[in-house]
Design a protein around this ligand. Structure first.
Ligand code: ZN
Length: 193
């Protein structure tokens, strides 16, 4: 039993070393602090294109996820919940930068594709693409709630991010309707912040 605990804690430490997500002051418990002193989550370090080694996040247990995430993040990312519209931290964020998965820190959307859809959730007309055209966001048909929708997930850790609809603006015509709680944000280093 004790060996198991040691292994788990080492594993957790390794995950945190992969540029774990800094939780926002808006959603984290008050005693956790926030070194950035802002309402935005961001990656601790490392370029946005740097994915976690291997795919350790896929092996996290439900208990691990509960420890990693705030209750709100857990509800959205792991239970496929939806935050209330017009309440999310990133709805009106106009900063230039990269939106990351709250579960694992992988870049999932670029601020360049963010637009105001009026829906009450952060909206993007395209998903993030790596320099070599790789994709970090996966989609899956979702038949729940009596509707046929397309779910948007982090391809790295399988966290639920939101849904995508075909009523978005040009050039893609897509509207990625994403929960703020499923996102982190890394401002562009040399941007106008
Ligand atoms: Zn992820």
């Amino acid at each position: 039993m004790s060996l198991q605990l040691i292994r788990v804690s080492r594993f957790t430490a390794r995950l945190l070393n992969h540029g774990g997500v800094i939780l926002s002051s808006a959603t984290q418990p008050p005693n956790m602090g926030n070194q950035f002193g802002s309402n935005y989550r961001s990656l601790k370090d490392g370029p946005p294109s740097e994915p976690p080694a291997d795919n350790e996040f896929r092996r996290l247990s439900d208990t691990d996820w509960k420890k990693r995430l705030t209750p709100e993040q857990y509800d959205v990312c792991r239970q496929k919940g939806t935050e209330r519209p017009f309440t999310g931290a990133y709805l009106d964020n106009k900063q230039t930068g990269i939106y990351t998965c709250a579960g694992c820190g992988t870049p999932v959307f670029d601020s360049k594709t963010k637009f105001d859809s009026g829906s009450g959730w952060p909206s993007f007309y395209d998903k993030y693409k790596t320099e070599d055209g790789g994709q970090t966001v996966a989609t899956k048909t979702d038949q729940t709630m009596g509707m046929a929708r397309t779910e948007v997930l982090c391809a790295q850790c399988d966290s639920h991010l939101g849904h995508v609809f075909a009523d978005g603006p040009r050039p893609t015509g897509q509207r990625y309707c994403i929960n703020s709680a499923a996102l982190g944000f890394k401002p562009e280093k040399d941007g106008n912040l």
